[in-house]
Design a protein around this ligand. Structure first.
Ligand SMILES: Nc1ncnc2c1ncn2[C@@H]1O[C@H](COP(=O)(O)OP(=O)(O)O)[C@@H](O)[C@H]1O
Ligand SMILES: [Mg+2]
Length: 164
């Protein structure tokens, strides 16, 4: 499977969708988040951490100023926010973040558009869009066979009520 679209009606539902995905991600997974400010990227990340490194979920906050937050767990989660960095990937490479992309944890990246060529070949792209009030559409796309398998498993596990 390489694409699913879901509807969330509340921050809690967005976290629930993220938690479902986080529970099946393994070390080495890369999640590229897209969507304007306030579309729910950090909320979704909190869900991913709740599913993959639960003892750290309460720590999830926007790393807009820190650029990266690390959430410890059996599989650690590295949470990036490249909003303030230049596009094309040059600045990101200079800061040495690439080594995390092939490291021991799960990488979740807000403003992944800035990565340019640094985006790993195997990844999931999660695009969040405002749908008015508390509605958000969440589209998850898989690149690479490993991630297609992950997305297939996600589609089996996620609550049918969420699918569009
Ligand atoms: N369905 C929803 N999913 C996620 N966030 C929502 C939803 N409805 C309302 N919100 C609100 O939208 C904001 C999303 O913020 P945040 O996750 O920080 O977005 P981003 O990281 O994309 O800038 C929060 O204030 C949250 O309470
Ligand atoms: Mg954010």
């Amino acid at each position: 499977m390489n694409r699913v679209t879901l509807l969330s009606r509340s921050p809690r539902e967005t976290e629930g969708v993220g938690r479902c995905l986080g529970s099946i991600l393994a070390r080495g997974a890369f999640v590229a988040l897209r969507g304007e400010l306030g579309s729910g990227k950090t909320c979704f990340t909190r869900g991913i951490v709740a599913g993959s490194a639960p003892s750290s979920a309460h720590l999830v906050a926007s790393p807009t100023y820190a650029v990266m937050n690390e959430y410890p767990g059996e599989t650690p989660v590295y949470h990036f926010d490249f909003y303030r960095l230049a596009g094309g990937g040059g600045e990101i490479a200079e800061l040495g973040f690439e080594e995390y992309f092939t490291g021991d944890g799960i990488c979740v990246c807000e403003w992944s558009e800035r990565l340019g060529d640094l985006l790993p070949e195997e990844h999931l792209t999660v695009t969040m869009e405002h749908g008015g009030d508390d509605r958000r559409t969440i589209t998850i796309e898989a690149a690479g066979p490993g991630m297609e398998a992950v997305l297939g498993r996600f589609a089996e596990l996620a609550k049918p009520a969420h699918f569009l």
